[in-house]
Write a protein that binds this ligand. Sequence first.
Ligand SMILES: [Zn+2]
Length: 392
Amino acid sequence: MLIRNATIVDVRTGELISPGHIQIEKGKIIALHKGQLSESLANDLNVIDASGKYIIPGLIDCHVHMVWDGSDDPNSKMANLDDELIAIIMTKHCEETLRLGITTIRDAGSPGKVGFAAREAIRRGIVAGPNLLISGPPIVMTGGHVHTLGVEADGPDEVRKAARQLLKEGVDFLKLMASGGVYTEGEEPGSPQLTVEEMKVAVQEAHKKGKKVAAHAEGIAGIFNALKAGVDTIEHGNLLSEQAMDIMIEQETYLIPTLMVFKRLAEAISGSNTPGYAIRKAQLIHTEHFKNFKKAVEKGVKIAAGTDGNSPRLPESMYFDELQVMHELGMSKLAVLQAATIYAADALGLDDVGSLEPGKQADLLLISVNPIEDLDIRDKITMVIKDGKKVR
Ligand SMILES: [Zn+2]
């Protein structure tokens, strides 16, 4: 396949290659051509003419929950469903996500074997879906944050056993709950949960296998604990302090900010289907969260895009609102685009996605505007290509 006459956006530098042509074979980019194209090359291939279109790599969301549907209280909706049905639901949400132009997602919590089933269905081509990285059930202290999706473990020995078990089953990364959160009743975002000692053994086990560790950490005590344990990404990071930011810079820890979900919860109407406890807690930390994110951008903390997609009041399509908010809070449009592609790939430890270069997966989007000038691209994506195949 040859996509010709486009303007290719080099997300590494922000440079535009125009006219640019991308040659694809067996799902991979094999060459980028610039300028005049030899007609013999064009004659031999299945050609898509992309005149007037910009091409960027497929977008990456580093934090989603595909078992949920982004409604007011998605967890209660699946409370009485069997895992078999939840797996089918998750697969459908993955397919919808790919159609948005999000070609890689990291799912940060699904019960039992549900995530494995969805990942396998996509791998086998039974359904179209993004590259799906799964944590399976998060490791959580007994009664801790979103324990209904998690595996409960207490003390370093139990956490080590849980970590080894998940790694044996084939998860792509481990998710640890380092603090309380908004969307579980009876806990506070500021209260720490898994201890440093507990998280340390999980990090050891994951790193031994070359896998990353993500920590849900909203309050500062949980953030410090997770950083001491050596996790790779801080998820949410609402109550980050400058001292914690300095440690993140020093340890090269990524922040996955998930800004919009807290704003949306804080703005929910009490008495609606959104649980009142979640609204109350989001209101407590949402303003601080935005302020701290702005500071983290100024200081130079590494940032990768992640939304908590399909959590309460945050359907995955709001990914594009998340990008806008990241820009409004101080990141340049190019920096946001990088956080959504090349840096997101780096945060997840993936070297075959996130940019348009020979050897990488042919996951890419055709857009009718230059995203470095106009980041509001949700309705301007005219084609989604995954592994060299047209999705829409
Ligand atoms: Zn989450």
